[in-house]
Design a protein around this ligand. Sequence first.
Ligand SMILES: [Zn+2]
Length: 229
Amino acid sequence: MKKILIRIAVVLVTLVILMYGTYKWMNARSFQAFGELTRKVETEEKVVALTFDDGPTENVEELLPILEKYDAKATFFLIGKDMEEHMEEAKAIVEAGHQVGNHTYNHNPMVFKRYSFYQSEVDRTNELIREAGYERDIDFRPPYGKKLIGLPYYLQKQDMETIMWNLEPDTYYSKPEEKVAYVEDNVTPGSIILTHPMYDDTGQALKAVEGILQSLTQQGYTFVTVDEL
Ligand SMILES: [Zn+2]
């Protein structure tokens, strides 16, 4: 009886360790099973990449002039189904010379799904990005930063690079001034900053973006796209 209990305990502990390992692996910012993954770039130059996830939405109309004011180029990871609804905004991003990346069609976590699901999520969105007039290589950013095996394998086959990030103000703070202070304190040359201004209708997210642009410009940084970085 005692032996059986010990065996059950060993199996349970092993399961917990495996589940924890899978969880850490799935959410890793700097590692994946296949293909290239970037979360920051080693450089001496004072350049950073500002990246926007999700959308496009009507907020693009306000965001583009803010970027222009600071002579900044940014990278937009767009969602396929949002592009279908806001193709004009997607085209405006491309016309303004920003980088456009793939953030899947439905914004589902890209783990524990069938391989054909990864394929269609990536392909449908790439088609829409081309429809918006974008001609450069298309990078990928996984929703919620989640990936395991099937997705990275497919991306590698498509020659698509995965872009993560090393600064995420929205995860830790909600007030614009706190987000700006966090970026100021942690920025280094080559940083990739993640923000989410698309679904915010209070103006707070755009205020944070403008604060980051203003503060880092004062520090002598310039804003480039991920592929320029
Ligand atoms: Zn997202």
